[in-house]
Design a protein around this ligand. Structure first.
Ligand SMILES: O=C(O)[C@H](O)CO
Length: 316
């Protein structure tokens, strides 16, 4: 499949001699999806679709493959998929550059207080030049911590290095020397990561083990001058604890591209904080990347339907 033949935002469709396309940018309503999946052989979805027992039951025993246009797969019930022998495709790698780029942008935006600064400039808060006004934290000579070192963590570090970062540290379930050597990162414990990081960037997948892992315990060990960045999944953060840490000055700032829930209600307390920058889950949102993701997801689906190896298949 060539990029030009694929819509940017493919929502679930089925292939069984024919296919059905949810041809809008809005998520398919659950009731509609449950109706449409009946009897399909394959399903291409995005991360707003919960693929659980209910949906798989609705699809029926003919479903052979689910292809998600995302690197994250916490919206898929892997246990149910495995139980039913359904193959799963996903889209790692093609979004690494876009996500790393956005993470760096969010980090700088948070640490150098860009949202506050443009607000002040626009609303009359810009008086005379003042010595400490809108001061933030710089990357030069800093320690950057990565929670969950994978392709994206490496790509973030590669982009941050030219800003003269002094040291990269990371933690994960086990050391990952092959990736760590690429960025000269040192493996540390979770406590050391919290204590030493001037910038802590969260790159781990959301799993039962990482659910709420960024909580009071972690924030209480971080420096008052540290910046917390999350572009993975909102579920890895305990948002009440993060609010507390930001509001009381336990940490200096946070940049979030992901929250729980999404969208985050505009009345959420995190929106009241000047030191919290919130983006609406746009890390992979470049035309090039979304196009590559949709092509890969479509090709994974077709390969799965043909019983061939997928370009990117999740091992269940
Ligand atoms: O999981 C993913 O793919 C990102 O969160 C969205 O592109």
């Amino acid at each position: 499949i060539q990029p030009v033949q694929v819509h940017f935002f493919l929502h679930p469709f089925s292939v069984s001699g024919r296919f059905e396309l949810w041809d809008t940018d809005d998520p398919v309503p659950r009731a509609e999806l449950l109706k449409k999946v009946r009897g399909v052989d394959g399903l291409l979805c995005v991360l707003t679709e919960k693929v659980d027992a209910e949906l798989l039951d609705a699809a029926g025993p003919g479903l052979k493959v689910v292809s998600t246009m995302s690197v994250g797969y916490d919206h898929l019930s892997l246990e149910e998929l495995k139980k039913r022998g359904i193959r799963v495709g996903y889209t790692p790698d093609v979004l690494t550059d876009a996500v790393a780029e956005l993470t760096v942008a969010l980090l700088l935006c948070t640490s150098r207080r860009l949202v506050e600064a443009t607000h002040e400039a626009k609303t009359g808060g810009w008086g005379t030049w003042r010595t400490l006004w809108l001061c933030g934290y710089e990357l030069a000579n800093s320690t950057v911590g990565i929670l969950g070192l994978g392709r994206i963590g490496v790509a973030i570090a590669e982009r941050l290095k030219p800003f003269k970062v002094k040291k990269f540290i990371y933690t994960d379930v086990a050391p990952r020397p092959e990736l760590a050597n690429m960025i000269n990162a040192e493996y540390v414990s979770m406590d050391e990561l919290a204590q030493q990081s001037d910038f802590l960037t969260i790159c781990c997948a959301l799993t039962p083990e990482t659910q709420g892992i960024c909580n009071k315990n972690l924030f209480s060990k971080m420096k008052e001058t540290s910046i917390f960045i999350n572009t993975s999944r909102g579920g890895v953060v305990n948002q009440d604890d993060l609010y507390e840490a930001l509001a009381t000055g336990q940490i200096a700032g946070a940049g979030l591209d992901v929250t729980t829930p999404e969208p985050l209600p505009t009345s959420h307390p995190l929106f009241t904080l000047k030191n919290c920058v919130i983006l609406p889950h746009i890390a992979s949102a470049s035309y090039t990347t979304r196009n590559a993701m949709s092509v890969l997801a479509a090709n994974n689906l077709l390969a799965g339907l043909r019983g061939e190896p997928m370009e990117k298949e999740l091992k269940l």
